[in-house]
Design a binder for this molecule. Structure first.
Ligand SMILES: [Zn+2]
Length: 143
């Protein structure tokens, strides 16, 4: 245990770029919804979103709204960020409930970094970032 809590970068430090394949993900996030791109032909999930399904080459897209729950697949504790020496971040790859093998690179927040473990149950929350977008991040699941 420690008194350090993992957080996210300040909103104005996070800028995203979108393209026609990724923008729906961010539009849903703005509404507080976590979605994953599913192939509209074969059902294969692919994150990050790509134009073509690697399984069947289809361009059909189905944006599936997820439960918002997930679990830690991998993570790293980061102490300090350029220009923000006192910040502690937990960068993580999170397995998304309801999206097979799809995973999201994100941050875990509201947690003592020493308590993060592979497999830890998480739930999504949204952190404001630049230009009115919202970044999906995860915190330990509440019960
Ligand atoms: Zn497919």
């Amino acid at each position: 245990m420690s008194d350090v809590r993992a957080t996210t970068l300040p909103a104005d430090a996070v800028h995203i770029t979108t393209n026609s394949d990724t923008e729906p993900f961010w539009q849903y996030a703005k509404e507080g919804k976590l979605v994953a791109l599913q192939c509209g032909s074969c059902g294969h999930f692919r994150m990050p979103p790509t134009p073509f399904c690697p399984e069947c080459q289809s361009t059909e897209k189905n944006w599936k709204e997820l439960s918002g729950r997930g679990s830690v697949y991998s993570y790293a504790v980061i102490h300090g960020f350029p220009g923000i020496p006192d910040i502690t971040l937990v960068g993580a790859v999170v397995s998304l409930e309801g999206a097979d093998d799809a995973r999201l690179v994100t941050n875990i927040v509201d947690v003592d970094p020493s308590e993060v473990q592979i497999g830890m149950e998480l739930e999504v929350t949204f952190s404001p970032i630049s230009d009115g977008w919202q970044l999906p991040v995860f915190r330990p699941a509440q019960g």
